[in-house]
Write a new protein. Structure first.
Length: 321
């Protein structure tokens, strides 16, 4: 049974959205399947207001698998890069679903953004998406964007399952000797594919994303349930989180993934990784792409973009705090 809607939601617009979702939640992900979910998301992306104009936008391929990507540059002289990894339960999401968010990020943080169109499940189960994200970070570090005038620090950012992939990419790069990005920004990330944290039960339904949808997506990406607790799949279970780059972890109050994101931030801090951690009060999962619906969600997204700006500034001037 979903929790009642109360004044803890951030604004009237978000309250109306959640009320509408509760009235008509639609079929669960497991009954729709990946193809139908992707079709529905394409329609939502097409209906959404286009993002702000950015000076330079270029589609390209990166890495050994020639994965699709989109490079946004707010100006010809921007000197930093965010490798952006989109969410979507490892099965949906693409360059279009997060195009508006990437444009907002590029302009707000005055940085180039490389959005990675990694291979998705079920056609490409684990570890294909991690491989692609690692390749994209290495491609950037090896000079893949230097011809575009981007020679400053690189950070990696991901939301939801993209946050999972960004975290896993950093763990692998640490273990393989780099190159590590200057920071990782994880927005309501999946860190525990076993769905063992309390919020997967207390926030299981009624807030947009459901725990059952998360479980379905995890099963598409990692079909073997026994593997979902492995640290190369669920970063919360990594034995050692030391040596990772400075990290921002932002979670949402009304999100089944809240507790696992909060727990990851706590473990990072215990491993002496510099961490900036915030739970956005009154927010639901996916607020980064709800800016046209809710002013409060737009403001929460702007705060994340401010975190990115701070991480890039710290990377230019010295160790992040």
């Amino acid at each position: 049974m979903a929790e009642p809607i109360d004044p803890s939601l951030a604004d009237a617009e978000l309250t109306a959205f959640i009320e509408a979702v509760r009235q008509d939640p639609g079929p669960p992900a497991r009954s729709m399947g990946a193809a139908e979910l992707r079709r529905a998301q394409r329609l939502r992306a097409e209906a959404r207001s286009p993002g702000p104009e950015v000076a330079h936008v270029q589609d390209l391929t990166v890495g050994s698998a020639a994965v699709g990507a989109r490079l946004y540059r707010p100006s010809a002289a921007c000197g930093s890069l965010v490798v952006f990894v989109h969410g979507g339960m490892w099965t949906i999401g693409d360059l279009e679903s997060h195009d508006r968010a990437c444009r907002r990020l590029a302009l707000h943080a005055d940085t180039a953004v490389l959005s990675v169109d990694f291979r998705r499940a079920p056609e490409h189960p684990w570890p294909a998406a991690v491989d692609d994200c690692v390749d994209a970070i290495r491609w950037a570090a090896d000079g893949g964007v230097s011809n575009a005038g981007i020679t400053g620090p690189t950070v990696v950012m991901g939301d939801s399952s993209g946050g999972n992939l960004a975290a896993l990419a950093c763990l692998r790069l640490r273990d393989e000797g780099g190159p590590l990005p200057a920071a990782q920004i994880l927005v309501y990330p999946n860190t525990d594919l076993t769905l063992s944290c309390p919020s997967t039960r207390s926030k299981a339904t009624g807030w947009g994303l459901t725990s059952d949808d998360v479980a379905w997506g995890a099963g598409q990406w990692v079909p073997d349930p026994a593997r979902r607790a492995a640290p190369e799949v669920s970063p919360l279970y990594a034995a050692d989180l030391g040596g990772l780059p400075p990290t921002v972890v932002v979670t949402a109050e009304h999100d089944p993934l809240r507790d696992e994101g909060d727990a990851y931030a706590t473990r990072l801090a215990a491993a002496n990784v510099p961490v900036r951690h915030r739970c956005e009060t009154g927010m639901v999962h996916g607020f980064l792409t709800l800016d046209t619906l809710s002013p409060a969600a737009a403001a929460a997204g702007d705060r994340v973009f401010g975190d990115v700006t701070d991480m890039l500034d710290h990377a230019r001037s010295g160790p992040a705090k």
